[in-house]
Design a protein around this ligand. Sequence first.
Ligand code: ATP
Length: 245
Amino acid sequence: MLEVVNLSKKYGKMLAVDDVGFTVPDGRIGILLGPNGAGKSTVIKSIAGLLRYKGSIRIQGIDSRETEAKKCFAYVPELPSMYEALTVREHMEFINRAYGVEATEEEIDALLEKFELKDKQDKLGNELSKGMMQKVSICCALIIRPKVILLDEPMVGLDPAAIKELKEVILELKAQGCTILISTHMLEMVKELWDVTFVMDKGHILGTYVKEELANEDLEELFFAVTGQGEKKNTEAGDGAEEGR
Ligand code: ATP
């Protein structure tokens, strides 16, 4: 379970996230959905322990700053960064040892094969394309067998085969009881995945939608209604841009 309570974050004087709170239960996929600059990455980075913030964040009931919490959660950043001196396989072996998860060579092989990285396993971090780096980052997150996983814009930069694989892996993790939080501005990418969606804009959560509770309402329409994005789209359409929904 992931719990975020009264989270606020300022960059200098700019309040990027203002008193945000939400919970994603075990075995559920939460989506943090919002337009560019809404504050999604700031929330994700706060949970991952990369930023100082006000408020409280709990992973499996433990303060996210505690080592016990860090051991059971994984983070796939929006922009992957590699260790230049390590090969693809060594990245996984390093994370495996650092977290003391004792994944077998066969488990590492299976993950590399799943994401079509087996033939790249001896390449160094800086010899990879951005999409390949993203896949290594995902494999490193999965190898620790996380109880909670955070994915920041995970589909961006992946090819269709990798997107399909990632979606399957996300559903497998859910079936195993893992808590998943995905940050995205592309509703299309998470349509078949989500259980609960938190619509965020200008540092606030404007609406929380649980899939089972949405009778005939369409999440996309709700998103446009609460963020006002639809109006902007319609204006653009009037200017000759893509037709508004
Ligand atoms: P995107 O979808 O474009 O990645 P986002 O929803 O993830 O956006 P954030 O990156 O969290 O949004 O940014 C929220 C606000 O905080 C924006 O106004 C942004 O300009 C500001 N911001 C983010 N990082 C910093 C920083 N390091 N210093 C100053 N301001 C920042």
